[in-house]
Design a protein around this ligand. Structure first.
Ligand code: PLP
Length: 227
């Protein structure tokens, strides 16, 4: 039927085109931005369509859900890079470390120490992003902006964790650009080169403000059924 939404493969192409345009408009080199396709809540068959279209970097927000879907997909598709973008409980660190290539939600000392303990057992750690609660929202994870420098120092300098960048999720009802600018400022003064910011509704703005990773779900996979 003509009123069906476009397939995810077409939406993926148009998101990638928008990224290329946003990079160019911002005077940034082509390929400066990595698209993390957020596949949370979508079943393996929907993810397969996006894998078949060539996408290899994906984000999931729950360890259990990712564990149920991804090992089999990774046997079928080479070169997948999986990002954890949701809260991580310290008792799931072992599982997360073996499943994910990047953990974007490092946000507290207990978790940092659990990751260090995992490495001490001989496990290679994924690249890590420190999540910053740029809007200081009580219900949201992340270190407060004023605590970010000390937390990065603890993780990177004291515990020697592989911290590569910062991540944020701006408040829904505020101008995201202010939050992107704040995250970039904190990253610069801590000499962190990677910034995970921007979702379906604001990834082009995030690219203007220096995002190196944008996390795009619904613009590729379609609307999520509320859980
Ligand atoms: C769900 C989610 C996204 C993707 O959101 P969309 O609006 O569907 O693009 C990005 N980042 C995080 C942390 C998420 O939980």
């Amino acid at each position: 039927m003509s009123d069906l939404p476009p397939p995810s493969s077409e939406r993926l192409v148009s998101v990638k085109q928008s990224i290329v345009k946003a990079e160019k408009d911002a005077g940034r080199p082509a390929g400066a931005v990595t698209l993390v396709a957020v596949s949370k809540t979508f079943p393996a068959e929907d993810i397969r369509a996006v894998l078949d279209a060539g996408q290899r970097v994906f984000g999931e927000n729950r360890v259990q859900e990712a564990h149920g879907k991804w090992p089999e997909l990774q046997e079928q598709y080479a070169g997948v890079e999986l990002h954890l973008i949701g809260p991580l409980q310290s008792n799931k660190v072992g599982e997360a470390v073996s499943l994910f290539d990047v953990i974007e939600t490092l946000d507290r000392e207990k978790l940092a120490r659990a990751l260090a303990a995992e490495r001490a057992k001989g496990h290679k750690l994924p690249d890590l992003f420190v999540q910053v609660n740029t809007g200081a929202e009580v219900q949201k994870a992340g270190v407060l902006p004023q605590d970010a420098d000390a937390f990065v120092a603890l993780c990177r300098d004291e515990l020697d964790l592989p911290v590569v960048g910062l991540m944020c999720i701006p408040p829904v009802d505020e101008e995201p650009a202010l939050h992107f600018a704040l995250l970039e400022k904190i990253a610069n003064r801590n000499m962190l080169s990677q910034l995970s910011m921007g979702m379906s509704s604001d990834y082009e703005t995030a690219i203007e403000f220096g995002a190196t990773h944008v996390r795009v779900g619904s613009a590729i996979f379609g609307a999520r059924t509320p859980v």
